[in-house]
Design a protein around this ligand. Structure first.
Ligand SMILES: [Zn+2]
Length: 425
């Protein structure tokens, strides 16, 4: 008897190890068990609100929305249930060094890697199940470690190395095309292009129309979306070049916004968090490359210009405004502050703000059939807030439940995150 029990246990542990190895080697770990989630208020990610319903999850995907499904594994009634958010613009490996100073996103030490892993963890805990990192080559190992289930974090898409406009020095159209192909070969999910100087330096154009045309056309040929850092005139130039999405867009005119709406070009403006974070962490950034006293003085003005842009964009019929924070060191895990900024300072409708980080965000990534909505067949990326963001946008700070790909990473009691939770990094 004893002996056979031992044999059975021995076999069991071998099987268990195999299962774990399999999980680590496949995508994110996923339970095979059927999970039923009960919701009293559910935003499906497309703008619809469902009441008193249940979501059935099997493996990594949602298999049904069925009010009669049971037994209930997670009772999320009295919360607001919605799809995990998508941040279209983050810099997930951007960190502060041990001396407390801005260290950028190219760190290569073990400590740097742990900090990048921490950025990923706090971003996931804040309800963001997918982020697009724009971008750094060391996004790649982080992206892959998360995908293998080695680390908890959001699904990461990366631009690897961006194309930085430097006028003529950027290269000929042929050289630019070769650079785009190099990123594709390196494993890029998307192409990032800088067509303007930093707004702190005036925001002038750094690529000609011909260079932009080449960059965005080659990206399209390689099956990559092209996201362009653009201010002022560069917004129109990138739109004319057929690029996919404009990042920032500060000082775009109403006509530029109208043209973007006509052409289906996505706009990813920032209503506050990125600049608020710089101001909050001024001492950590000041004196590091690109951060001067003059630059900081300009930021306050830029913040007002960005509020104005988001106000005008929200009123432009048909313009697709996605959610991107431009999260750098100090902002990771506080990405949702940008929702509050958009609603409070940018005049964005709260439901539109949610959709911008759900189904519209997924559409902009070309992943609408996989993420961004709660529907059968989609990845089971589901979060719950203690509060209703449509009535009180600050509820986005109170993420009490996070599931990604069918795995629950966070499930804390209602009330565990105080209503005044907030802005400190
Ligand atoms: Zn950025």
């Amino acid at each position: 008897m004893m002996r056979s029990v031992r044999v059975v246990l021995g076999i069991f542990s071998v099987v268990a190890v195999c299962v774990l190895t399999q999980r680590a080697l496949s995508q994110t770990p996923a339970p095979s068990k059927r999970i039923v989630i009960a919701a009293s208020t559910m935003l499906d990610g497309t703008g619809r609100v469902l009441h008193e319903t249940r979501v059935v999850v099997e493996g990594p995907k949602i298999s049904a929305i069925d009010a009669n499904a049971g037994p209930v594994d997670y009772d999320l009634r009295r919360l607001t249930v919605l799809p995990g958010w998508i941040d279209a613009h983050a810099h997930i490996t951007w960190i502060f060094a041990n001396d407390g100073k801005n260290a950028g996103m190219a760190g290569t030490t073990q400590e740097d890697a742990y900090q990048a892993a921490s950025n990923a963890f706090v971003t996931l805990m804040a309800g963001f199940t997918t982020v697009q990192s724009l971008g750094a080559p060391n996004d790649l190992p982080l992206r892959d470690a998360i995908a293998k289930g080695w680390l908890p974090g959001p699904r990461v898409l990366t631009a690897v190395e961006p194309l930085v406009g430097k006028g003529e020095q950027t290269g000929t159209p042929e050289e630019i095309r070769a650079f785009v192909r190099k990123q594709k070969e390196a494993g890029a999910d998307v192409m990032k292009i800088f067509a303007s100087q930093s707004i702190r330096q005036g925001g002038g154009m750094t690529l000609s129309q011909e260079q932009l045309d080449a960059a965005c056309d080659e990206a399209k040929k390689q099956g990559l979306r092209a996201l362009v850092h653009a201010y002022k005139q560069a917004v129109r130039a990138a739109t004319m070049a057929g690029c996919t999405q404009i990042e920032h867009g500060t000082m775009a005119t109403d006509d530029d916004l109208k043209l973007m709406a006509e052409k289906g070009t996505y706009l990813d403006p920032q209503a506050g968090l990125v600049i608020e974070n710089y101001l909050l962490n001024k001492e950590k950034y000041l004196g590091t490359p690109g951060y001067t006293d003059e630059g900081f003085a300009a930021m306050e003005k830029v913040l007002a210009l960005n509020h104005d842009l988001v106000h005008r964009a929200a009123k432009t019929p048909g313009l697709k405004m996605v959610f991107g924070t431009d999260a750098v060191a100090g902002a990771h895990g506080r990405n949702a502050e940008e929702f509050i900024d958009r609603v409070r300072d940018g005049g964005v409708d709260p439901m539109a703000a949610m959709v911008s980080a759900n189904s519209l965000g997924a559409e902009a990534l070309g992943m609408a059939d996989q993420i961004g909505s709660i529907a059968p067949g989609r990845q089971a990326d589901i979060i719950a807030l203690d509060g209703d963001p449509v009535k009180d946008i600050t509820a986005v700070r109170r993420v009490v439940f996070v599931m990604k790909g069918g795995v629950v990473y966070k499930n804390v009691a209602r009330g565990a995150i105080p209503a005044y939770a907030g802005v400190q990094p």
